[in-house]
Design a protein around this ligand. Structure first.
Ligand code: ADP
Ligand code: MG
Length: 342
């Protein structure tokens, strides 16, 4: 007897959602990454109940055509890659074409969008089912609200932690996205409380100041270096200003915030004996290299990557940071001369 069947979209989307939609912060990540890929310069994120009740992301990017506004929710639908060649040269944050389909399958969605050329669109979905699609006057850009997250997957809903914990995850995420994109003005609010606001001035030290405060940002020292394949730069605190967790180290590779044990290790190595046990610097490390050298197609959440010539890259980072530390320890005044513009 034949018993194997291909799943319907609604079921396979829910399974895919299990991988990328872990909690409100994962939705914020996907929505904001879409806004960044759409070349937005202003992105606002508004939360209710830490995002469990609603997450609204508004951008001023390229928007979507009326037809794309619905197509975007299809599984494997993307405007970002078209063939296998593209897969190895990814310059956008998204490329899987799965996020909106997955998110829509476990929530209620309200979308307004316009590409500024054709009529704008209003689209409404419930649990992935299209309820409404009509023309709507809207400026160029996108405004999407995801509400009642996990309303149809109670098992997942039960796993949500307290409002404070969920909020903490989202603040941490938006901090890193803002650090990765200093030219974008971000605003994160919970009800009407502003949790983060950046200017979009392009100055990464200023974003550091928005996140960690001016006193910390002012004390961070810049570092830079390059080899044949990679360019590295960033800011790091000196041994006198440390934290009890390595969570304050942000690695950004070609504009994407990623996690890497190897890089954390290289940074701590750079500090060598300067760092007290159990203490970690605050650092932001930007790496630029040909996308061909990095593979982001490792995990659905796109938080891990594989980098070619990683050994050389780690040495480059370590040496650049070491040099900056040594220089500041010898001439501490050099730090004070670089004021933070506010
Ligand atoms: P991916 O980002 O991997 O392409 P998504 O499911 O996140 O997949 O989005 C599907 C498509 O919808 C995108 O490729 C893009 O064309 C469009 N899209 C989504 N969000 C936006 C946005 N904020 N502005 C413009 N286009 C968007
Ligand atoms: Mg996406």
């Amino acid at each position: 007897m034949d018993i194997i069947k291909v799943m319907d979209d609604s079921l396979s989307n829910k399974i895919a959602a299990g991988e990328v939609v872990e909690r409100p912060a994962s939705i914020v990540k996907e929505l904001v990454e879409n806004a960044i890929d759409a070349e937005s310069t202003v992105i606002e994120i508004a939360l209710e109940e830490a995002g469990l009740l609603s997450i609204r992301v508004t951008d001023n990017g390229k928007g979507m055509s009326n037809k794309d506004a619905v197509q975007a929710f299809e599984r494997h639908a993307t405007s970002k890659i078209h063939n296998e060649h593209d897969l190895f040269r990814i310059r956008t944050l998204g490329f899987r074409g799965e996020a909106l389909a997955s998110i829509a399958s476990v929530s209620k969605i309200m979308l307004w969008t316009s590409d500024g050329e054709t009529d704008g669109a209003e689209v409404q979905l419930d649990g992935g089912r299209l309820l409404e699609h009509r023309n709507a006057a809207f400026r160029r850009g996108t405004d999407i609200t995801v509400s009642q997250l996990f309303y149809n997957t109670p098992a997942r809903l039960k796993y949500m932690k307290t409002i404070q914990t969920e909020l903490g995850h989202t603040i941490d995420l938006v901090n890193r996205l803002a650090l990765s994109h200093p030219t974008i003005a971000f605003k994160l609010t919970h009800y009407s409380q502003v949790l983060l606001q950046t200017s979009g001035s392009g100055d990464q030290r200023r974003v550091l100041s928005d996140i960690y405060g001016m006193a910390v940002a002012r004390k961070m020292v810049p570092f830079a270096g390059a080899n044949a394949d990679y360019k590295v730069d960033g800011y790091v605190t000196l041994p006198e200003m440390t934290r009890a967790s390595r969570n304050y180290i942000t690695l950004i590779v070609n504009g994407r915030w990623v996690k890497s044990h190897a890089v954390n290790h290289a940074i701590l190595d750079a500090f060598h004996t300067y760092l007290p046990i159990g203490r970690f610097p605050i650092a932001v490390i930007n790496v630029e290299g040909d996308p061909y050298l990095t593979d982001v197609n490792v995990h659905p959440s796109k938080q891990q990557i594989r980098m070619s010539k990683e050994g050389e890259l780690l040495t480059l980072m370590k040496e650049a940071i070491q040099q900056a530390i040594r220089k500041s320890i010898i001439v501490p005044d050099a730090i004070k001369k670089e004021p933070v513009q506010k």
